[in-house]
Design a protein around this ligand. Structure first.
Ligand code: ZN
Length: 174
């Protein structure tokens, strides 16, 4: 197991569209395990492979209160969407920032698990939000894309400034 490096907005690699996984093999299972460990360590409730710079259609999540219900989705596909919900979302690739995003309230999703078995799941509430958020990552999309262009530009400038400050701080520590 290993903690993976999470890339952060506005890193252009987050814009890469992930490719479908053809075979669920040991490498994929290892990647899913490492992504779960990285997600719990962060801590977060969801992580897409895109965020660890691996451009394959794989995401992990755990929306349980105890953090003991890990889920793995390979090649996820939304079959049905219904209703509307608005939630203040955050993202491990956009640290320290939340914004209200409108998503479907209920979804029916089809995916493959880490054993290579196909499954279908009805999700609503936070689980539905999390799946939609992580699936956006696999398409190269971020929740900040739902903001107005002005708000997004302000956020980008703020984060770039923060990255510069972090770098200076790191240099001082040498
Ligand atoms: Zn995210």
């Amino acid at each position: 197991m290993a903690i993976l490096n999470i890339i952060e907005f506005p890193d252009q690699r987050l814009r890469t569209v992930a490719k479908a996984i053809e075979t669920v093999n040991e490498d994929i299972r290892q990647l899913a395990a490492n992504m779960l460990e990285t997600m719990y360590d962060a801590p977060g409730i969801g992580l897409a492979a895109t965020q660890v710079n691996i451009h394959k259609q794989l995401l992990v999540l755990d929306v349980s209160d105890e953090g003991d219900q890990p889920m793995v989705f390979i090649n996820p596909e939304i079959l049905v969407k219904d209703g509307i919900q608005i939630y203040a979302e955050g993202c491990l690739s956009v640290p320290g920032f939340t914004a209200e995003v409108q998503r479907a309230e209920e979804i029916r999703v089809k995916a493959t698990n880490e054993k290579g078995e196909s499954f279908e799941l009805e999700a609503h509430g936070l689980l539905a939000i999390c799946i939609q958020h992580e699936m956006d990552h696999l398409k190269g999309k971020l929740f900040v894309d739902y903001l107005s262009p002005l708000k997004r530009l302000r956020l980008k400038k703020k984060l770039e400034k923060q990255h510069k400050a972090d770098k200076l701080e790191a240099q001082k520590q040498l």
